[in-house]
Design a protein around this ligand. Structure first.
Ligand code: B3K
Ligand code: ZN
Length: 905
């Protein structure tokens, strides 16, 4: 395999960008599809870039067998340089010429799932970032955009459906039981957006009429038997199309838009022009097999890929360093879409809290570890390693801050200003391959009077500097002056290659509350009147002081409302202040945040204390506050569930300089236990009040009720562990059996597994036999076991046993992740073992998977990113395990980059 290279890897640098030496205006591809030997005829119209000196044409290729190269119809000399095909004798001048290349490849043996591969008898492609070179020789870079014509030929019985990008212009039978289909894409595109699908699939179809009156055909293709699980994806697609037109004036620009699902896919989904290819996990959903979370994920991923049709496809990236140009922006768009779909302010806040939780539990650690990189990275060895939470989620926060910073008195959220910026961006760049700078510039130019325009060069440090900034807030109330002076100071830790950081532009949304919880008027010293409610201060210096006047008593500051910037906010809140915010803040995000801070403070005290973990980590004040939230008549169930959920172990770990994963786990378990017992009757009440929800609908209100009922049931089973009372485990088992939907069923199963009740085994067996034919449900079954709390060191042996299960398939990425990634990434209490056996397992699996799928292996390799923060003996053992992987002589570029960076930490 050519991706397995020995020796040091080449580093690609952003500053080395040069425009392509040649352009490819048109490409006409003919595929003779055969699993073992697919023949690809590639006819291109190529033209030299007149702006550059004449030079050889270097085409990228990987794992291809080259049979023929013709220039203007005649044979020509060529040579191979590494994996590149180099053509030196080309027609002089800048007139276009025809280049014809004939190659073959072996899709059945393509275990990397990049390029053209076969999954369950169907051909699929995945080209982003650099997979097209595994299909044919090409200028595999996003700034080369061509018009594609594609002819697919295949056996008619085995592959009745033949799909590619654009419009179907011709189809018909061929000799020998074969048939063909010819597709023309009306839009120019970079080759990473090319796709084909050929197989025996069925589809759901929907016609829609756009605002301008044009008709479009929407199709969702799946395996026979899965059609009844496609309704939600189709509805999500229709909603996404309508939303993009309504909010941004961006219509669907294709007659036909197709989604195809495959069960073998390295990531979530792919936005190929007009032919999105999806992991089944983000398409298929039925009440009986998918949870509320699955339904929400399908909605958001379908929308995300659709939104790429403009942000990514119509305007694409100049080079892969600009990945966040499309990903950060498209994540922002899908987050906004989901919030608009959620409706009520409370449901919007729930979505915002969930997004921030992901950012803080996963992106913040990335930004503090050896893989830390700017939202627009400066260098990479393997671009696939940079499809990260930083590029995606932090990138989305950077776009969100631009929206905030184009806000004004008349448009406080910045929505209108942002829509103007988007309009200008497309006016300027439609059909181009551009940079993150181009986007920010359009946003600023469309809003010339905004803070963004005023501060643009400094704002762009969010793209160039890695690391999570810390904002320290100190407030002093002066009773005689009736003033409150708030000093905000920022700093940002060093990250690899960036020892010193310049100050960022940080929008800090805030409000002030009275001790009784009333929102106070906000008036800065130089202002003539007060404004009520929210306002946004813009911090640009290392330290700045803001003085609020006319305040009759010491205020409780509600800082960083709505999480207005991706920073760590430090403020010495008293418990009383946090309890006030939890009870009264008008900003739901900060209300939730206050509860998290209260819990975190207690967790950290217990972790840092000497001696064994006390049984009582939580005090009456905290427990009473949680009880009040549970019974609050004005709060939604979904919000209550978030408040009552303790901070994750990894998030707790991020607050510490030295991480003892076992102690963190023990403390968090003790907190859960205590919460379960102390609030027992309240959990009973919450469960009874929320357990019945009528016919299943995945809307925010009923899914919130299911979430709260699920948490309550889990707490009641946890409490039953100690008191031995079989009533609640019995009820959980009954609910597991009788549930009318997967959410309730799985929550009940999870309650039994998490509490370690004897009925869990029976339930797991029953669940397996009931759903053994549904891959996505089986993934849940595997993940639940691999992620269960470790009580006696039994999880690792169980994980090894699960890998021997007849339903376990290492080569299927979803299944491999359900067991291995769940254990290594999401079960710290079981993974970090004093005997280092978890790390030995990790090392074996990284090497084993790297031999056939480097992308999946590299993701897994990142499970030990934070090794240098671990306490002994974990630290030395983890380092040794990483060194063992690094010492392997046939590593992929992907894994080598991850482990090399980890060891440099
Ligand atoms: N653009 C794809 C991700 C491609 C990943 C390549 N390793 C999906 C998305 O972000 O929408
Ligand atoms: Zn994307």
């Amino acid at each position: 395999m050519t991706s397995l290279r020995e020796g040091p890897t080449t580093v690609i640098r952003r500053e080395d960008y040069v425009a392509p030496a040649y352009f490819i205006d048109t490409v006409d591809l003919t595929f003779d599809l055969d699993p073992a030997k697919t023949r690809v005829l590639n006819r291109m119209r190529v033209r030299r870039n007149p702006a550059l000196p004449a030079q050889a044409l270097r085409l990228d290729g990987e794992d291809l067998n080259l049979a023929r190269v013709l220039v203007n119809g005649t044979g020509t000399s060529f040579r191979m340089e590494g994996s590149q095909l180099v053509l030196e004798k080309l027609p002089e001048g800048t007139e276009p010429f025809e280049l014809e290349i004939f190659t073959t490849c072996n899709p059945a043996k393509n275990t990397q799932l990049m390029g053209l591969y076969v999954s369950q008898g169907t051909f699929f492609t995945q080209c982003e970032a650099e997979g097209f070179r595994r299909i044919t020789y090409f200028l595999d870079r996003p700034d080369v955009m061509a018009s594609f014509t594609v002819t697919l030929r295949a056996d008619q019985a085995a592959y009745p459906v033949l799909l590619s990008n654009g419009n179907l212009v011709e189809q018909g039978p061929l000799e020998g039981g074969r048939h063909y289909a010819k597709w023309v894409d009306p839009h120019k595109k970079p080759c990473y957006l090319f796709a084909l699908v050929a197989g025996n699939l069925v589809h759901r179809e929907q016609k829609i009429i756009s605002r301008s009156g044009t008709e479009h055909t929407l199709q969702v293709y799946v395996r026979r038997g899965d059609l009844d699980k496609t309704e939600h994806a189709m509805h999500s697609l229709m909603a996404a199309i309508a939303w993009d037109e309504a909010r941004f004036g961006l219509p669907l620009d294709l007659e036909r838009f197709m989604i195809v699902a495959t069960s073998d896919f390295n990531m979530g989904a792919m936005e190929n022009k007009g032919l999105n290819i999806f992991n089944t996990k983000y398409v298929l959903a039925s009440p009986a097999t998918a949870t509320d979370t699955d339904f929400a994920n399908v909605e958001s991923v379908v929308a995300h890929e659709y939104f790429h049709n403009w942000t990514g496809n119509r305007v694409t990236c100049r080079d892969w360093f600009q990945l966040s140009l499309k990903e950060g922006l498209t994540v922002f768009r899908d987050q906004e879409f989901s919030m608009d779909m959620a409706g009520s302010p409370s449901a919007r806040a729930v979505k915002r809290i969930e997004d921030v939780r992901v950012l803080r539990t996963a992106q913040f650690p990335e930004d503090a570890g050896p893989m830390a990189h700017p939202v627009r990275p400066d260098q990479y060895a393997e671009i696939n390693n940079f499809y990260t939470l930083t590029v995606y989620e932090k990138g989305a926060e950077v776009v969100r801050m631009q929206q905030t910073l184009v806000g004004s008195q008349s448009d406080p959220s910045g929505r209108e200003g942002f829509a103007k910026g988007m309009k200008l961006y497309f006016e300027r760049h439609d059909g181009q391959a551009v940079t993150c700078d181009d986007f920010a510039q359009a946003m600023a130019d469309a809003n010339p009077d905004s803070d963004l325009a005023r501060l643009l060069p400094q704002f762009k440090r969010w793209y160039s500097q890695a690391g999570t900034p810390r904002v320290k807030a100190q407030g002093i109330y002066n009773a005689s002056e009736r003033t409150y002076t708030l000093t905000l100071s920022q700093s940002c830790p060093a990250t690899p290659g960036q020892p010193v950081k310049e100050p960022f532009v940080i929008p800090v949304a805030l409000g002030l509350l009275s001790a009784e919880g009333q929102e106070l008027p906000l008036q800065l010293a130089h202002e003539s009147h007060a404004r009520t409610g929210n306002r946004t201060l813009v911090l640009t210096q290392a330290s700045e002081t803001f003085t609020f006047i006319n305040l009759d008593s010491a205020p409780v500051p509600s800082l960083l409302r709505g999480f207005s910037a991706p920073v760590i906010l430090e403020h010495d809140y008293t418990d009383t202040q946090l309890l006030t915010l939890l009870a009264h803040d008008t900003d739901p995000f900060n209300r939730w945040e206050a509860g998290q801070r209260l819990a975190l403070r207690r967790a950290l005290t217990a972790i840092r204390a000497d001696g064994p973990v006390p049984a009582e980590v939580l005090d009456t004040a905290y427990l009473d506050a949680m009880r009040a939230v549970l019974h609050h008549p004005g709060l939604d169930a979904a919000f209550k569930e978030l408040v009552l959920t303790l901070p994750a172990e990894t998030y707790i770990g991020e607050q510490l300089d030295v991480v003892d994963p076992q102690r963190i786990h023990t403390v968090r378990e003790a907190m859960r236990q205590q919460l379960a017992h102390a609030l027992h009757d309240d959990w009973v009440h919450a469960y009874e009040a929320h357990k019945d929800n009528g016919a299943y609908r995945p809307d925010p209100v009923s899914s919130g009720r299911r979430a709260l009922a699920g948490l309550a049931l889990q707490m009641l089973c946890v409490a039953a562990r100690d008191n031995g009372n079989p009533v609640w485990p019995g009820k959980a088992y009954q609910r597991f059996k009788d549930a009318g939907n997967m959410t309730d069923r799985f929550n009940a199963l999870q309650a039994l597994v998490i509490s370690g009740h004897a009925l869990a085994q029976e339930a797991l067996q029953r669940f397996h036999s009931q759903f053994q034919h549904d891959d996505l449900v089986l993934d849940k079954w595997f993940a639940l076991q691999a992620g269960a709390p470790d009580r006696s060191g039994n999880i690792l042996p169980l994980v090894r046993q699960l890998m021997q299960h007849p339903d376990f398939h290492l080569r299927n990425p979803n299944r491999a992740r359900s067991v291995i990634s769940t254990y290594c990434h999401a079960n710290p209490g079981a993974f970090h073992r004093a005997d280092a056996a978890g790390y030995a397992f990790w090392c074996e699996r990284v090497l084993e998977i790297d031999a056939f799928n480097p992308q999946v292996a590299a993701r897994l390799a990142r499970a030990l990113d934070r090794w240098s923060k671990l306490a002994e003996p974990y630290r030395s053992a983890a380092r040794e395990a990483i060194a063992r992987v690094a010492a392997h002589d046939a590593l992929s570029n992907d894994v080598r980059e991850v482990v090399t960076r980890a060891l440099a930490d």
